[in-house]
Design a protein around this ligand. Structure first.
Ligand SMILES: [Zn+2]
Length: 176
């Protein structure tokens, strides 16, 4: 029995199984294309999860009080949304890897790596994740830097949560 790879016209004979005499051919994936096919399946599944799964939101915020208040308000308005939390960059990256959020609320001033650096890092790996900078410091340089790496900028002082929620509804129409 001969094993032939069926991947996009590859046609490579990658293995033989006894008995050889009957010249029977089976189709499968050669080691190289098996690896590629598995990656493609994984990417497809992630795409499907992004389109159909529940919306996952990550709040990156070192202030416990603000984080919990924001989480509660968000939950009251969007009960179906799954909410995850992180207090610094290290925890945020771990949450991103584990839960693949669709949307991140990002504080700028964090212990260790700041929120703008963190945003760049996450966007480089997961360009589809929407990132909203949410900071207590409405400085021109913060707005400017945010416009280069994040999707939206909100100041904790001037922007009402209602504005933010309207935005969330417009990002995920009929899903939140
Ligand atoms: Zn192949």
């Amino acid at each position: 029995m001969i094993q032939v790879c069926y991947y996009k016209g590859c046609g490579v004979i990658y293995g033989e199984k006894e008995p050889l005499s009957d010249k029977q051919i089976t189709h499968g994936l050669c080691p190289k294309h098996l690896e590629i096919a598995l990656k493609e399946i994984k990417a497809e599944m992630e795409k499907l999860m992004d389109m159909t799964g529940s919306i996952r939101v990550l709040i990156v915020e070192d202030s416990t009080l603000f984080r919990q208040l924001f989480k509660e308000t968000l939950h009251d308005r969007f009960p179906s949304v799954e909410i995850y939390e992180a207090i610094d960059g290290e925890e945020a990256l771990l949450q991103v890897e584990t839960f693949r959020p669709n949307l991140i609320f990002m504080d700028i001033r964090l212990p260790g790596e700041n929120g703008l650096e963190l945003t760049k890092k996450i966007k480089a790996r997961y360009p589809n994740i929407t990132i909203i900078i949410l900071t207590g410091y409405d400085l021109p340089e913060y707005r400017e830097a945010s416009s280069r790496c994040a999707d939206y900028f909100f100041s904790k002082d001037s922007s009402t949560t209602e504005n933010i929620f309207t935005l969330v509804e417009s990002i995920f129409p009929n899903r939140v």
